[in-house]
Write a protein that binds this ligand. Structure first.
Ligand code: NAI
Ligand code: MG
Length: 355
């Protein structure tokens, strides 16, 4: 099998971290019998320099023609003075909508070797934290009707949360399919005690749950979920929720895993085509110095193997290799601590080699 992968290295540390992830995908292919053909295209600040546009038409076309997209990060201080619609980060929105990526998967996994970096007490983390947050990405209050109005003569503003049944169905199916490949449990997070959109969400969630008798399902209110995440994170497997609740919960969960340099993400649509990128940005402060942690991007490549390329054994192997490198004590600077011996602190390239 040959997979066509559009590669957007982007700006700042983007080229450094993506290069390591490409090496890992290449090696995984050699080991598991497939070939990754990479097509490098431009987006972000480097695309503005080369073409005047953050997301050139040919980039979107190349992505649409691929099996999946690997992205580093975009943006940097040299473009911060541009108006909003001209900024490098616009490329991300253009890619998400252009590829119709309505699902955002953000695993929050605490590597056992990095348990010391978790701000929670060991007895609270217990058997560890391995949560997959499934966030709806193209609907809800971020896309609903909004505006300015007057209430009793005073200036006022409003936003609307609206979800259609098909929108809820498709994101819930993603959650249940994901749970099948994990520990078989889905928690839907809503505010059904107050919001009508949440009541519909909850009803549809349970209808979909009946299609997956092998997966257990329950609901939680968002306020309780925010508390439970720091009280007893080990109780969660897959969390499925709306665009806004998912935005907030995934940032909360990410802080429990130690470094932003560890966190992968996947954005998926109705087809196998997905976009895989680390959660962090282009880190201009450390760009070009070989200091960036490539593990978030390598873990994103593992998600690509799992969700877009249907190579679960290769995905597992990459995840195991990351855990093994960490268990052996190898660290990039962001995840090193006072007890890390100097010879175990690696550059971006060395960490890629360790994996
Ligand atoms: P950032 O995530 O780039 O950096 C935050 C801090 O974390 C910095 O101190 C950085 O050195 C560190 N860091 C980030 N990734 C790291 C890694 N792999 N290894 C080691 N340390 C790492 O966020 P910031 O500074 O707010 O944004 C920088 C630029 O990135 C901005 O132009 C921003 O708009 C853009 N950005 C792009 C995103 C994307 O492409 N998806 C997401 C977030 C920000
Ligand atoms: Mg956020």
């Amino acid at each position: 099998t040959t997979y066509h992968i559009a590669v957007i290295k982007g700006d700042g540390i983007g080229p450094e971290i993506v290069t390591e992830a490409m090496k890992i995908l290449h090696l995984a292919g050699e080991k598991f019998g497939f070939l990754c053909q990479f097509h490098e295209v431009l987006a972000g600040g480097c695309a503005i320099e080369a073409t005047g546009q953050a997301l050139p038409e040919e980039t979107l076309e190349a992505c649409l023609a691929s099996d999946s997209v690997l992205l580093g990060a975009v943006g940097g201080p040299q473009w911060d003075t541009l108006p909003g619609e001209k900024r490098p980060e616009r490329a991300l929105l253009g890619l998400r909508s252009g590829l119709d990526l309505f699902t955002n998967l953000r695993p929050a996994y605490l590597q056992p070797a990095l348990a010391h970096a978790c701000p929670l007490k060991p007895e609270i983390v217990g058997e560890g934290m391995d949560i997959l947050i499934v966030r709806e990405l193209t609907g809800g209050i971020y896309f609903g009707k909004r505006g300015r109005t007057k209430v009793n003569g005073a200036p006022a503003a409003f936003d609307t949360e609206c979800y259609s049944v098909p929108e809820i169905q498709r994101i819930c199916r993603v959650a249940f399919e994901s749970a099948r490949k994990r520990r078989g449990h889905v928690t839907s997070v809503d505010k059904a005690n107050v919001l009508e959109s949440s009541r519909l969400w909850r009803t549809v969630f349970h209808e979909i749950a009946r299609e997956y008798p092998d997966v257990t399902a329950d609901d939680m209110f968002i306020d309780n979920a925010a508390m439970q995440l720091v009280h007893n994170p080990a109780q969660f497997d897959v969390i499925v929720t709306t665009n806004m609740f998912g935005d907030i919960l995934s940032d909360e969960a990410s802080m429990l895993t130690g470094s932003i340099g560890m966190l992968p993400s996947a954005s998926l649509g109705a087809t196998r085509l997905g976009m895989y990128e680390p959660v962090h940005g282009s880190a201009p402060d450390i760009a070009g110095k070989g200091l960036a942690n490539p593990l978030a991007t390598i873990a994103s490549a593992a998600m690509m193997l799992r969700y877009s390329l249907d190579q679960p054994a290769a995905a597992d192997a990459v995840d195991r290799a990351i855990a093994a490198a960490l268990a052996d004590g190898w660290r990039t600077a962001d995840i090193a601590d006072a007890s890390t011996p100097e010879e175990k602190i690696l550059s971006t390239v060395q960490m890629g080699e360790a994996v």
